[in-house]
Write a protein that binds this ligand. Structure first.
Ligand SMILES: C[S@@+](CC[C@H](N)C(=O)[O-])C[C@H]1O[C@@H](n2cnc3c(N)ncnc32)[C@H](O)[C@@H]1O
Length: 240
């Protein structure tokens, strides 16, 4: 039996197969949730990525926010601190939700609402969130899972709401890291869906997902392009 199958129970196949060591294995979870490791993985850009994401985060008083999937580092406590109505967080891995709970245990006055769900089929009502935050999720999904997740996100967000996405930019052909073939090879081994994500037009995909629910999206403000166009932080608003 391939080793990854030990992590399969209840998990999407791609998550167990390609990311068991990062998100499902206890030792991996312990290892990766350290600031120097997170920062090293993001080439020293973590604080800037966080700052640009939080700079665009303006929850309405009483507005509902969903952080779609857990992340390592301090994004969840930082969002919770800025969200009066409490923060919803959904992830398919219970061990990741436990980590999010532990990290926010001190925030007694602001509730965290963790939910164990597959992002491809969310158990939230349509039009029930004002803001959805996606932090480095999409590039870790195969195309069909990405498409389903975007469609679900556009279903649960209400017109007038906003979507905050922090991700890799489109194909960074001119970036020195991308041009260094051994690095490109290594990154594609660790992140097998990133090469496909690099080729996609995110705005078109979002527009398509919005149209399924009779909505459309518009970019709001300027995209932050970080690390010479390797990463981006971008906000979209949703309309009918
Ligand atoms: C947000 S992504 C990447 C996070 C990024 N590498 C970081 O930590 O900053 C990782 C999370 O997505 C979750 N995940 C992946 N596919 C999912 C799916 N289909 N539904 C729900 N959660 C998913 C994993 O369990 C994991 O907790």
């Amino acid at each position: 039996m391939p080793f990854y199958r030990r992590f399969l129970a209840g998990m999407p196949e791609y998550l167990a197969r390609y990311y068991w060591w990062a998100y499902l294995w206890r030792a991996g979870i312990w290892f990766f949730d350290h600031q120097p490791i997170i920062n090293a993985i993001l080439f020293g850009q973590y604080q800037r990525l966080m700052a640009e994401t939080l700079r665009r985060y303006h929850p309405q008083p009483g507005g509902r926010t969903l952080q779609l999937t857990c992340v390592y580092g301090s994004l969840t406590p930082a969002l919770l601190a800025r969200t009066n109505a409490g923060l919803h967080i959904a992830d398919v891995a219970p061990q990741q939700l436990d980590l999010a709970r532990r990290k926010t245990a001190q925030s007694l006055d602001k509730p965290l609402y963790p939910a164990c769900m597959n992002a491809e089929s969310l158990g939230y009502a349509s039009d029930s969130f004002d803001t959805v935050v996606l932090f480095f999720l999409l590039h870790e999904m195969p195309p069909s899972a990405r498409e389903n997740t975007l469609a679900e996100m556009l279903r649960i967000i209400h017109p007038g709401g906003s979507i905050l996405i922090t991700e890799y930019c489109e194909l960074p052909e001119r970036h020195c890291l991308y041009r260094f073939m051994p690095f490109r090879w290594l990154l594609a081994r660790l992140e097998p869906f990133l090469p496909g994500f690099w080729q996609e037009n995110l705005q078109e995909k979002l527009q398509h997902a919005a149209a399924i629910h009779g909505k459309y999206i518009r970019q709001y403000g300027k995209q932050a392009s970080l690390f010479s166009g390797f990463y981006r932080v971008i906000e979209y608003r949703v309309f009918i």
